[in-house]
Design a protein around this ligand. Structure first.
Ligand SMILES: [Zn+2]
Length: 425
């Protein structure tokens, strides 16, 4: 089963204060002899390390959750899930080229398995209070909700591209053909044949433009890519609604009748990757200059966390290898870059967060914040490898639970960034 955005959002909602959430990512090794056996050995090693880390934390941590019955529930739950992951590793190779993700919490009766395209950074196991979603955030970025549209003067084929899978949407071609025939041009006499053909073509391109507009309005896709001959492009594009044109990521040459699906997919992915890399570069420049002028940009972990809590963040930029500790309040959920024992907002005890870049992902996903991972950028490195573009800049400090974003959310208001996009490296 492939994962949907809605499922990712549900995973982002999950929180278990006893740290029973197990996240497992499997990336098959490149095919060669005994690769399957190597994968199994790797998973066993990772499982052993995860259990060891959990046991040693249980001994060292002074927090009440690690001792007594709660600590035992946690260890038993996580151990049961990790054992099950190891058992699963025996079957993983049989599904061929797919990667896999498992999200489990035996204490809460949760076990979700998903197939993913085999482009994960590696095989990993995490045990934490929340599910680790960074590998999926990469995938979403690599494949935003995308339509691929092939047209010529009497045909149109529309495809969905989701997590690397290309699917043709049924019925559209027939609908268009019927519409073309029923528009009444059959009455023209033979002398006007060319004009009739041109009119039919114009009606056809107009109908395609209308379907694209509807698809974007209904959120069927967020961005789209056009495959056609230049001559048809010049006929279709003048018919497009302004925001349909804006959502067009790029074009490639295609003969509607003959192109193979694999070729369509390859062209589309190249266009998406180019677009994302341009967008990322543009955003980094914009955020840094906005931050320098104390306008709609902030840099550094402390300021970015504060802006996230204020609901100000429109786009979050994270260094690909960004790693920083923080603390999380067990009461109100406040995240603090200062490693304080008690929450400055509500006074309750805090818990350590080993990877704050991972801890903020559930927030980012829940709030539809656009996010990009930034790789190898010296300017970005200088400002601490974390920055945000703000949609507004508010004056007063509020804790998360009463932040602007939550108030908006409770009021049912739509966020400006409704269509979130993640970026790959
Ligand atoms: Zn608090």
């Amino acid at each position: 089963m492939s994962i949907t955005r809605e499922q990712i959002r549900e995973l982002a909602e999950f929180h278990d204060p006893r740290s029973c959430a197990v996240s497992f990512y499997f990336q098959p090794s490149t095919p060669r002899n005994k690769a399957h056996k190597e994968d199994t050995i790797l998973i066993k090693d990772l499982a052993r390390e995860a259990l060891h880390r959990m046991e040693s934390l249980g001994v060292e941590t002074k927090g009440p959750e690690s001792k007594g019955p709660e600590g035992k529930i946690k260890r038993d739950s996580a151990r049961a899930d990790i054992d099950r992951v190891v058992r699963l590793s025996g079957e993983l190779r049989s599904n061929g080229t797919h990667a896999k993700a498992v999200f489990a919490c035996a204490a809460r009766n949760i076990w979700h398995e998903y197939d993913l395209p085999a482009s994960l950074p590696g095989t990993q196991i995490f045990v934490d209070r929340y599910f680790h979603l960074k590998p999926i955030a990469y995938l979403l970025g690599a494949f935003p909700r995308l339509g691929v549209v092939l047209v010529d003067r009497h045909r149109a084929r529309i495809f969905d591209l989701r997590l690397g899978e290309l699917t043709e949407r049924e019925g559209l071609f027939q609908t268009l053909s019927r519409k073309g025939r029923s528009d009444g041009f059959a009455g023209y006499d033979g002398g006007h044949a060319q004009r009739r053909v041109d009119d039919e073509a114009r009606q056809h391109f107009k109908a395609v433009a209308e379907i694209l507009k509807e698809s974007l309005e209904k959120g069927v896709f967020e961005k789209w890519i056009l495959g056609c001959q230049d001559i048809h492009r010049s006929q279709l594009e003048p018919q497009l609604h302004a925001y349909v044109s804006q959502a067009l990521l790029g074009r490639f040459q295609a003969d509607v009748g003959h192109i193979a699906n694999e070729e369509i997919r390859t062209h589309a992915q190249q266009i998406v990757e180019r677009w994302q890399s341009d967008r990322r570069r543009e955003l980094v420049g914009q955020v840094l200059s906005q931050a320098r002028s104390h306008a709609r940009g902030v840099t550094g972990l402390r300021r970015v966390l504060r802006s996230l809590e204020m609901g100000e963040v429109q786009t979050l930029l994270l260094g690909e290898n960004f790693q920083a500790h923080a603390v999380e309040c067990s009461g109100c959920g406040h995240l603090d870059a200062h490693l304080v024992s008690y929450c400055p907002v509500c006074g309750r005890a805090t818990q350590e967060v080993v990877d704050v870049g991972e801890a903020i992902l559930p927030w980012v996903i829940r709030r539809d914040i656009e996010m990009f991972y930034v790789k190898d950028d010296p300017e970005f490195d200088k400002v601490g490898n974390v920055a945000a573009l703000l949609r507004f800049r508010s004056g007063n400090v509020q804790p998360i639970t009463t932040s602007v974003a939550d108030q908006l959310g409770r009021a049912g208001a739509a966020y400006p960034g409704r269509l979130r996009k993640f970026a790959s490296r």
